[in-house]
Structure formats: C-alpha cells, structure tokens
Design a protein around this ligand. Structure first.
Ligand code: CTP
Ligand code: MN
Ligand code: MN
Length: 499
C-alpha cells in the first residue's frame, strides 16, 4: 500500500534500566574517590556527571564520608560551601581536595584524574578579586539580515543541540525560549570560526544564560545533559515522528499523542482517526518525501515546470526560490515563483500548470489556494502571517531518466522514480521582488528582516510590500536590491541568507 514503509529509527532508551540497575563499570583509579556536591549543580545534572565519570573508570561516592578524596563543587561561594562541609563532621576534611568543577572537567577530558593545581582549589579564604578587562565591543549584529551566512556551518555540534531544544519548545508551544534558541543557532551559523570556549563566545549577541549553559556543557563534555534528556523523551520523539508527516502539524501530533498513539501503525489502524487528503498523501509517500531532494533533482523539476509554464504563457517568468536558491545541496522540497507581465493573468497560471502536470500523469497530490491578495488590505501588521498570493503545495512524480546522475534514493531502491514535494507561488508581477525576497528565506533571515524594518526603521515588511510608517507610504521595488536599499541595509546575496 505505502510506497515505502521505512520509518526512521526512534532513539529510545529504557529510563528504568538506567535508574535501577547497579553500574558495573570498570574502576580504573582506585585511589581517587569523588564526591559531587549537589548544591548549585542540581540533582539531575549531578547524576548525569556521576554517570559520565563512572563510565570513564572513576569512583564516585553517593555519600560524603571520610573515604572521599576529592570533593567537587559548582558552588563557588566558598564561605557557604565550607560552612556546609564543616557541618558534615568529617575527620579527613583537612586532607581532602575541595575542588572547582574545572578539575572535574579537565579530568573528564583527559580520561584520568589530572593533578590538582591551585587554580582548581576552592579555598576557605576568598581570593582577592582580580580585575577583568572590559569585553571588546561586539561586532556581530543581532539581526540575521546584517550577517552573511553561507551553507558552511562551523558550529554544527552546537547548532544541532540548540535545534533540538528549539524544536522541543516549539512542540510545547513555548514561543519565547524557542525563538531564543533559534536566534542563538542563527548567530552561530554565521560565524566563520568554530566556538571552542565560552570566553570566545562572550561578545556574541543572542546568547542568553540558558544557551550559554548548554554551550558550556557541550564544550566541556561533548554532550548536553538537557539535550540528551530531550532526545530520549517519549513525547518529544513521538511528536517529531508525527510532525515529519506532510500535513501533520504540532496540534494534530499532540492530539494523537494524548490518545496514546506512539507509532505510524497505531495511527493508521485507529478507526477513530480520519486522515485528511494531505495526511493520506503524506503517509502514502512518506519514504520518498521524508528523504532529502538533491540539487540535480531540483534542476530536473525546474525543467519540467519551466516547460509547462512556457507552453501556457510564453512570456512567463519562473524563478527558483527557497533553500536551493540559497545554494543548499539538499532540501525538503523545491520552491518556485511563477508570474506573468499581464496583470491578473498570474491568477489562472497555477491551475493551468497543475492541469498540464495531471495530463502528464505526474501530479500525485495538489493543494491549491486561490489568491486573497488585495493591495487595499495592506499593510499587514501580523508578524508571521502567511502571504495572500495564489499558491499550491504539490507532490510530483519524478522519473529517474530526467535527473542527471540519477535519483537520490536509498541504496537498493530501483523503482526508477520518486515522489517529491514542490511549492509554487504566483504573485502579480509588480509584487515579484517582495515575494522573491520572502520565499527565498531562510525563515530566520525573513524574521529578522521584518524585525529590523520594524524596530530600526519604523517600516513594515512582508511578502507583499514595504510600508514606511513615518512617511505613511508604500515603497516601490522591482528587485531585491531595491528593498535592501530602502531598508538602509547592505545587500546580502541569496547564498549568504542561510541564517
Ligand atoms: N514561505 C512563505 N510562506 C509560505 C511557505 C513558505 O513565506 N506559505 C517562505 C518561508 O518563510 C521560507 C521559504 O518560503 O523562507 C521557503 O520555505 P521552505 O520550503 O519551508 O524552506 P526552505 O528554506 O526552502 O528549506 P528546505 O530546503 O528544507 O525546503
Ligand atoms: Mn524549500
Ligand atoms: Mn517550501
């Protein structure tokens, strides 16, 4: 029934097993017995660090007693820490090392207990405050539209981790923290260098306390406790799985989850669930459309659409937008803008194209939305509002023979065709520049263009127009460069908009 029943493996770990089964890791360092102070560190982080150390052959005591040799604390307030230690009535306290977490970090990195240096010690008397030099002035803009971000990402480990947390907040409808992590991701993606220490990240914008804490853990241990926990969370895993289906948004995914459904087969065999047309196609072609589309496949689709468009209107304009216009090697779909110089004609363009694709037998699914665009309804104050142009979301059948170098299929798949998601939008020609800018993305780049326009220029920008609130007038543009110029921004090439 389904073109490909392959379901991505869901990372699952048995939490119960982790919590109850005693650890049998090999002890490598008999003479060193650690105790991690829970205060300031927190219980869950303490148990994470305990597991980490044990996995590297360290002995970690659960209870603070005289057998302990190294006390490790994240609480740097020496007086309160020492007051507490003294209340524990330990005979051996004078011979114990009372250490800052940096000793632990260094030891984990080295895979052995490193020698205790004076910088590791939490002394009973406070060291004199050392004068820290003022941080140099930030040079990275807080706005993605003032940064140049190519597809080369020098901080992938960090951005992957942040994206997990952003997705998780998004699935839980917590917009604030979600946006904070998306902004942090975007800043890191723009850097021509890799962040190796917290100090070097100190002057970067958009990195809050939370993202810095996660960053610190990753730089120190290579893992983030919070990210690991999220990845193994059943709700997160299930919602990610469900929303990976075309037509299934966070709300539907959550509804299914709350009904106790955890897998595709449970959804598909639940008789009380009525899938809509989009979701049916989403499941039907799941294997294909959850697989990345290659550049060569995008080129082949361009030729197919181009031929269809020009049979209909010889003077039509077709442009590639979305991720492929930004130079990405792979995408989740292929996005095109199509329009014609004859005003009003663009409204009939998409149905005609779809008609032709149907006759060619390659239109597997279409969701067409007619234009609701009216210049008189502008400017639109809603921030993330969808645009009003005619558009369609398609699934097309792409033959291997049309693709240079063949299809991007799983190894062993020799069907000779695959299903691909394609988006088409058709604005009136005089709105072309705005639509092109809006559909080229990335999403974060667009968000920041709008935010910049609003906050810094008192202007409203969307996929339709640019409005100057001070002059109370619309600003005309025939190219993207015109729009950047109106905003007083340096022009950023499409391949530099991968924010
Ligand atoms: N877009 C939009 N209105 C829509 C759908 C998309 O303005 N109804 C814009 C998005 O803001 C984005 C661009 O179109 O900037 C492309 O969207 P999408 O295909 O989802 O993302 P890509 O950047 O192309 O990424 P991918 O390669 O994964 O497709
Ligand atoms: Mn796209
Ligand atoms: Mn798209």
């Amino acid at each position: 029934m389904f073109s490909s029943p392959i379901i991505p493996p869901v990372r699952k770990r048995s939490k119960a097993a982790e919590a109850c089964v005693p650890r049998h890791e090999e002890v490598k360092f008999e003479d060193v017995r650690l105790y991690l102070v829970e205060r300031k560190m927190g219980r869950s982080r303490r148990s994470f660090l305990t597991q980490l150390a044990r996995s590297k052959g360290f002995v970690v005591e659960d209870v603070l007693s005289d057998v302990v040799t190294h006390v490790v604390s994240e609480d740097l307030h020496a007086p309160s820490l020492w007051k507490w230690l003294k209340e524990c009535e330990l005979k051996n306290l004078p011979s114990m090392h009372v250490l800052h977490i940096s000793w632990f970090t260094d030891s984990m990195r080295e895979g052995r207990p490193v020698a205790v240096e004076s910088r590791h010690l939490i002394k009973e008397t406070l060291p004199e405050a050392s004068a820290t030099p003022p941080p140099p002035k930030a040079t990275v803009s807080q706005y993605a539209c003032q940064r140049r971000t190519t597809t080369e990402n020098n901080n992938k480990t960090l951005t992957d981790a942040f994206e997990v947390l952003a997705d998780s907040y998004e699935l839980n409808e917590m917009e604030g923290p979600c946006l904070a992590f998306r902004r942090a991701v975007s800043v890191l993606k723009s850097l021509p260098w890799a962040v190796k220490s917290l100090e070097t990240a100190q002057d970067l914008p958009c990195l809050g306390e939370h993202s810095k804490a996660v960053m610190k853990e990753i730089l120190q241990y290579g893992h983030s406790f919070e990210v690991e926990k999220t990845l193994s969370d059943e709700r997160y895993q299930t919602l990610k799985l469900f929303t990976s289906v075309f037509g299934v948004g966070p709300k539907t995914a959550d509804k299914w989850y709350r009904r106790g459904l955890r897998s595709f087969s449970e959804v598909l065999t639940d008789s009380s669930i009525q899938l809509n047309r989009m979701q049916q196609s989403g499941f039907l072609h799941y294997g294909d459309i959850s697989r990345a589309v290659s550049k060569a496949e995008a080129r082949a689709l361009r030729s197919i659409i181009d031929e269809a468009v020009h049979v209909i209107t010889p003077d039509a304009v077709l442009a590639l937008t979305g991720g492929f216009r930004r130079g990405k090697e792979f995408g989740h779909d292929v996005d095109f803008i199509v329009t014609t110089p004859e005003p009003g004609e663009e409204e009939t363009l998409l149905p005609k194209i779809m008609n032709r694709l149907t006759k060619q037998g390659i239109l597997l699914f279409s969701d067409y939305q007619t234009s609701t665009f009216e210049m008189s309804k502008l400017p639109c104050h809603r921030f993330e509002a969808m645009d009003h142009f005619a558009k369609c979301f398609l699934i097309l059948r792409l033959e291997a023979s049309k693709v240079e170098g063949g299809l991007h299929l799983a190894e062993g798949d020799s069907r000779g065709w695959r299903a691909v998601r394609v988006d088409l939008v058709s604005p009136p020609m005089e709105r072309y520049a705005f639509a092109l800018l809006g559909w080229t993305g990335s999403r974060q780049f667009e968000r920041d263009l709008r935010r910049f326009a609003r906050m810094e220029r008192r202007m409203l920008l969307d996929n339709h127009a640019l409005y100057d609130k001070t002059k109370k007038e619309f600003l005309a543009a025939t190219t993207e460069k015109d729009i950047f110029a109106h905003l007083g921004l340096e022009y950023i090439e499409p391949w530099q908009r991968n924010a």
